[in-house]
Design a protein around this ligand. Sequence first.
Ligand SMILES: [Mg+2]
Length: 260
Amino acid sequence: MALTGITTVLLDLDGVLYVDEDPIPGALEAVEELRGRGLQLRFVTNTTSRSRAQVAARLARLGFTLPADSVLTPAALAVRHCGARGHRRVRFLVAPALREDLAGLAEAPAGEQPDAIILGDLGEGFTYHALNNAFRAMEAGAELVALQRNRFWRRSDGLAMDVGAYVAALEYATGMEATVVGKPEPAFFAAALADAHGDSAHAVMVGDDIEADVGGAQAAGIHGVLVRTGKFREGAAARSGVVPTATIDSIADLPALLDG
Ligand SMILES: [Mg+2]
């Protein structure tokens, strides 16, 4: 099959273009081919352990030539959300590197109740102490703003639990629901489309996460293509109940899928 009439291509990064420092074979050539056809490309990532600039720098190091502002992360949407909700002071539960992308938010002084908790990837910093402090702040009225809620991701040493598991823990303890700003939120996809001046009917999202990438895109009216690289697992895809528009072995097969 082929997907025709596509003008905008949204690409997940981790597990689609690379795993750690290793590019997926054929990824560089596929991106160049799509760009050469005049398609609008945007790189839409839920990565919250690195800043947008660091993500762009890694792409450049791996050989991908693209404008830094074509990388879109959830941090900007978190800033926008807190502004809209009138949050004045927030508590950051994010990697230090991410703080530069959240410069639009003011940190609550130690000991002061925040209006919101900004939750990203803390890695080894996900301690009982850190989570319990977030729990207490939520009990006192803070909104939990999660940059993403992915279940797991793929590192070079194997699968790894992602932010979603900690979001679920805090939701369970408080009985409250988090606000998620990254994929699979339709607002994130809408922001990416607006940035590319594209429309959903002529756009495709390509990812290795059946729920956040494929299911999220489809909920926003965008074609969702699943790749069998990165965190892809046949079982997880089947369990999700999400049916991709197409499934391809890797991004190397994307140009052929979009032919015509
Ligand atoms: Mg991915």
